[in-house]
Design a protein around this ligand. Sequence first.
Ligand SMILES: Nc1ncnc2c1ncn2[C@@H]1O[C@H](COP(=O)(O)OP(=O)(O)OP(=O)(O)O)[C@@H](O)[C@H]1O
Ligand SMILES: [Mg+2]
Length: 257
Amino acid sequence: MSNLEYERLHHNLKLLNLITFESILDNYLEIASKAEKSTIEILDYLIAQELQSKEARSLSLRMRLAGFPVEKRLEDFDFKFQPSIDKASIKEIASLKFIHNAENVVFLGPPGVGKTHLAIALGIEAAKAGFKVNFSNASVLVERLAKAEKEKKLEDKIRGLSKFQLLIIDEIGYLPFDELGAHCFFQLISRRYEKASIIFTSNKSYGEWGDIFKDHVIAAAILDRILHHCTTVNIKGDSYRIKERRKQGLITQNFSG
Ligand SMILES: Nc1ncnc2c1ncn2[C@@H]1O[C@H](COP(=O)(O)OP(=O)(O)OP(=O)(O)O)[C@@H](O)[C@H]1O
Ligand SMILES: [Mg+2]
């Protein structure tokens, strides 16, 4: 290969944004020539490496876009601690069919039972599968929607959220929504209904959702749409946080003799 061709090859690979291909090319060609690799083997390896790093880069972008407050994994969830959760049904949700079918998932239960953990873990599975995911706290989301409505930009805001195939709305019910908030939330739910999925977590049973939205009519309309295509995971059990505190207590006792 002449110097000119060599320079052009590197230049063109950069132009094509084949960053990994370009950066490992020289090194790999040397290894490949010693190992007497065929041209097909060389091309196959370089392209596979490029693809792998592109996928890793796009996953890390999706993870950043998702805005998870912490990273929680399904494999770190102790199902034995929470026997009210049917592991098979979580596995079924993790197959992500619900996203293909634009269905919803709701985790209900008292504090510390793993609602947010499971919601994030499923969100990460979805991001790994190539879906665009966005996590938000219910109060923060509703505040943003209400602000957009006041600025006559609610439509834009909801359209912006529609680029995510999966929304995770955490902590429905910890703080009540005012009338404007409930109205904006209804708009969001209506727009995604039968089009795109949402995972909700809530410490309130469905019967108590009327109090969150204050207006029972709007609460019923919201619930009707959410529950039409929905899997509810009702978690009844002890807080994992308390278990961890107990464990820490034991450790302290041991240290203090
Ligand atoms: N079964 C479990 N196995 C492993 N870790 C768990 C389990 N359940 C909860 N945790 C951990 O305990 C902590 C509390 O769980 P999480 O935040 O999911 O609770 P939550 O149900 O969302 O509670 P809250 O209603 O207070 O928000 C987290 O650090 C989470 O990773
Ligand atoms: Mg939570």
